[in-house]
Design a protein around this ligand. Structure first.
Ligand SMILES: [Zn+2]
Length: 494
């Protein structure tokens, strides 16, 4: 009975989405009309059960099964997003409540936005919980991403001939607020985000729908302008942690390969998570005569990372600008580091910031995106021998030691284990699973090792993630790399 589900959804919104009794009359009528129902359900609903729900999944399932139409993935997302949006507070109401909560505590404000986003199904908590995460022996966090839906053939067929529009310009544009979506662009009717003032500009805070870590949020500019690392953006990171000291924040670099997937809209990523990198010690310390208050160290980490620690944010920013200035011009052909080819810059940084008490801890990770004949995908990018595990760019989340691996591995790795277990020859397993072709070298290597197949595959996965981080390090963790890194830092902090 559709009108019963509508009644349950309205009650859910009253208990989870701040729906006011007066507005409930209005919203009920909107939903009745939407689903062609002539009158509301008058019977009993399971109020206690609904009140206790952590997520709306079972109500959404009930709605979709009662609705009885054959919807494709996009139509289904769009319908759910529309209904959950109707049940949610208006964006301006979320903004007001967020600000009210902020006045009592920043944590309460971010929790409020998270609760709204989870309760209205924008953050799909159940799907996020499906992700498998484990910690490797050396502290890397490795996750197989099962939460992001993969397109099926029907969805792909719909894309053929679908009209491309430039509205909204990208998934991070402000105009996604309430956007219906289409075959090419995700429905965003139930998204809620709040404005922040960062460096005198309006930016917005939203949660990631497929959070890769606790309270994974995205902070994005009001304007659709390309990613850039400069003084103004660095100081926005500091503004953010001053406002929300319980969150870390970082920016991807402003170059392809070393950056994230979105380069044409300025944004940061943050959340409440201490990444593997942040648990590492400093192995080498330096002093800057110009900025004696800043403790400078090299992090004991795969990627070449300088840590700056101080209560004085201006000193850290000034020092970072010095480092950037020197790094953008730094060449060391012996280590394959070349800063420019013609007008094209290859050096960039990935900046990450957290606050510990009154001190700022700023991580400046040096990156380079140059490609050559040997490594057409990038010299400091996952090398081809690792592409069967991961070939996408290594952005800040992975560079900090949290690996998000593709969902296909959930199917492929157990197959590899079965092949090892049953001593199947390549010709035979490839006939059944041609997509295991890139795994042949790994399988043949593991076949020669002692141990049970599951443990061998697991260890190989960990070694691969570590190998990828070694690939992305501009100064390698060997004698030549270390001494060049030290020399570079000594010059850069002068
Ligand atoms: Zn945009």
């Amino acid at each position: 009975m559709l009108n019963k589900v509508i009644e349950e959804l309205v009650y859910y919104a009253k208990t989870h989405l701040e729906l006011d009794d007066f507005d409930a009359i209005y919203i009920r009528n909107k939903l009745l009309a939407k689903f062609n129902q002539v009158e509301p359900y008058e019977g009993q609903i399971e109020k206690q059960g609904i009140k206790k729900l952590d997520v709306p999944d079972i109500l959404i399932q009930a709605l979709l099964s009662e609705y009885g139409k054959e919807l494709d993935a996009h139509e289904e997302d769009s319908l759910v997003s529309e209904v959950m949006s109707l049940l949610s507070p208006m964006p301006s109401q979320v903004r007001e409540r967020f600000n009210e909560k902020y006045n009592s505590s920043p944590e309460k404000a971010t929790e409020y936005l998270y609760e709204i986003s989870k309760n209205n199904y924008y953050v799909q908590k159940t799907k996020v919980l499906k992700n498998k995460v484990f910690t490797s022996r050396d502290g890397l966090e490795i996750s197989i991403n099962l939460s992001k839906p993969e397109k099926n053939n029907k969805d792909i067929a719909k894309l053929v001939g679908a009209v491309s529009t430039s509205y909204p310009k990208c998934v991070l544009c402000l105009e996604n607020l309430g956007f219906e979506g289409n075959a090419k662009k995700a429905a965003r009717q139930n998204i809620r985000f709040v404005p922040l003032n960062l460096g005198g500009e309006t930016w917005y805070l939203q949660y990631s729908p497929y959070g890769y870590f606790n309270r994974h949020c995205i902070v994005f500019s009001e304007k659709h302008t390309p990613m850039i690392i400069n003084r103004s953006n660095l100081s926005k990171l500091f503004d953010f942690v001053d406002m929300f000291p319980h969150f870390i924040i970082g920016s991807n670099s402003d170059l392809p390969i070393t950056g994230g997937s979105i380069l044409d809209h300025e944004h940061f990523q943050g959340g409440d998570h201490i990444f593997p990198m942040m648990k590492r010690e400093v192995k080498e310390t330096f002093e800057s005569k110009k900025y004696p208050e800043v403790k400078i160290g090299l992090l004991d980490w795969y990627n070449s990372t300088i840590v700056l620690r101080s209560k004085n944010r201006e000193d850290i920013i000034n020092l970072t600008m010095n480092i950037i200035d020197k790094w953008y011009k730094y060449d060391n052909p012996d280590l394959d580091i070349i800063s420019y080819e013609g007008e094209v810059r290859h050096n960039s940084i990935t900046p990450i910031l957290r606050k510990v008490g009154k001190e700022y801890l700023f991580y400046v990770m040096l990156r380079n995106n140059r490609q050559n004949d040997e490594y057409p995908d990038g010299i400091f990018h996952a090398h081809p021998e690792y592409h069967h595990i991961k070939k996408e760019g290594i952005g800040l989340i992975e560079a900090m030691g949290l690996f998000i691996l593709p969902a296909r591995l959930e199917r492929q790795l157990p197959l590899v284990e079965g092949i090892l277990e049953n001593h199947i020859e390549p010709g035979n397993y490839l006939m059944m699973n041609p997509d295991l072709e890139p795994f042949v070298p790994m399988i043949e290597k593991l076949r020669r090792l002692e141990g049970n197949p599951h443990d061998l595959v697991q260890k190989e996965l960990e070694d691969t993630c570590r190998g990828i981080l070694d690939n992305t390090a501009v100064f390698k963790n060997d004698e030549a790399g270390r001494s060049a890194f030290i020399k570079f830092v000594e010059k850069a902090i002068k």
